[in-house]
Design a protein around this ligand. Structure first.
Ligand code: PLP
Length: 393
């Protein structure tokens, strides 16, 4: 271990986050003695059912929603698919979907399948983003048609942290009688959300991005919005999602939402200060580095930085030797390094997109860790550039 305190420096929280100790404590009884089925008639199961109800209230409260509007699912991906497919089945005569070019694969792949697997029965409009990752509202307005069944636009981008104006976009869809879904997996717990006041029909969130375990998510369905389930089976979740509830993880997610609500303003302010210090430190100390994404309309925890003329994967390997965890903007698919679709959509130059690193912080990061990363990165980049045929520094 090479860090000051001998621990891993984890700055990859948009990929997944540490389960909070308070959350582990809350879920433990449901992995041990309280193993009843919440649907059972006996008191033993009934107690478990009441724990699920409490968790539902806690999630609802963080979102400014009603408990009946919360449906537990297995993950963010399931919630995304469920919302979009429900809309298409609710309005079978409508064949158009609007989304963006920078969605998470959960929405991106589904939309691709809507075109290819169905033999182009559906038409998908993917809204462009500018160099800061922001949408053009006039392009959006023009895309809304009578044939549009649903708009699915992420609240905050997982790679850059850029925040979209979903409140306004949902209102514009509503005015035209079009359903609106937002993938808020990265937004929940990081920015204030009050669904009561908004025209959002469906919202997806995921437990493991907000200090609950992997394998649990939520689909918010606004009261009055027509809904057709994806998973049918038993009567769980008010008939909206069959399958015996993942009780321990649901309880965990409830506790995680409660913690996020209690600590949101204070902790996100602190995380933002750390993120800003990291960002400024890296941009000022590493030549030819640049921030990807809007400077202010951005999550408090995310900094996506390009180091020109170096490979993201190589940077990550060197960071790994110092026990620093982050992500790169390129995914190694079938042996070829493809720069991320998000950075490509933003028009980030090839030489910069390849060397992009996403740092995503959490409440568990410390100033000492930020200082450590700012100290280590310049030498890592310099050593890699010395080997690059493109670097003429
Ligand atoms: C992680 C993530 C998802 C997928 O959530 P899972 O629970 O892992 O399925 C969807 N959208 C965004 C923006 C994400 O960051």
């Amino acid at each position: 271990m090479t860090t000051a305190n001998g621990k891993v420096v984890y700055m990859d929280n948009n990929a997944t986050s540490q389960v909070a100790p308070e959350v582990v404590e809350a879920m433990m009884p449901y992995l041990t003695e309280a193993y009843g089925n919440p649907s059972s008639m006996h008191t033993f199961g009934g107690q478990v059912g009441s724990a699920v109800r409490t968790a539902r209230q806690k999630v609802a409260s963080l979102l400014g929603a009603e408990p009946e509007e919360i449906t537990f699912t297995s993950c963010g991906t399931e919630s995304d698919s469920t919302a979009i497919l429900s809309a298409l089945r609710t309005y079978p005569e409508k064949r158009h979907v609007i989304t963006t070019r920078v969605e998470h694969p959960a929405v991106k792949s589904l939309c691709e399948n809507l075109e290819t697997v169905t033999g182009h029965k559906y038409k998908v409009t993917r809204l462009k983003v500018d160099s800061e990752g922001m949408l053009d509202m006039s392009e959006y307005e023009a895309a809304l048609t009578e044939d549009t069944a649903i708009v699915s636009v992420m609240w905050a981008n997982n790679e850059t942290g850029v925040i979209f104006p979903v409140e306004k976009m949902a209102r514009m869809a509503k005015e035209r009688g079009i359903l609106f879904h937002t993938d808020a997996v990265q937004a929940v717990g990081k920015i204030d959300i009050d669904l009561k006041k908004l025209d959002i029909d469906f919202l997806s969130l995921s437990g493991h991005k907000l200090h609950a375990p992997k394998g649990v998510g939520v689909l918010y369905i606004k009261r009055g919005t027509l809904f057709i389930p994806f998973l049918t089976g038993g009567h769980q979740e008010m008939g909206r999602r069959g399958g015996t509830e993942n009780v321990a993880s649901i309880v965990a997610l409830g506790r995680a939402c409660e913690l996020a609500g209690e600590k949101m303003d204070e902790e996100n302010g602190r995380v933002k200060q750390l993120r800003d210090k990291l960002e400024e430190g890296l941009l000022s100390r590493v030549p030819k580095s640049m921030l990807n994404g809007h400077k202010t309309s951005r999550l408090p925890n995310t900094a996506n930085i390009s180091f020109e003329y170096v490979e993201g994967e190589a940077i990550l390997l060197h960071m790994n030797q110092h026990n620093i965890c982050a992500s790169s903007g390129s995914a190694c698919t079938s042996g070829s390094l493809e720069p991320s679709h998000v950075l490509r959509a933003m028009g980030v130059p090839f030489t910069a997109a390849h060397g992009s690193i996403r740092f995503s912080l959490s409440v568990y990061n410390t100033e000492e860790e930020v200082d450590f990363v700012v100290e280590k990165m310049p030498a890592i980049i310099e050593s890699l550039r010395k080997m690059s045929p493109f670097w003429k520094g």
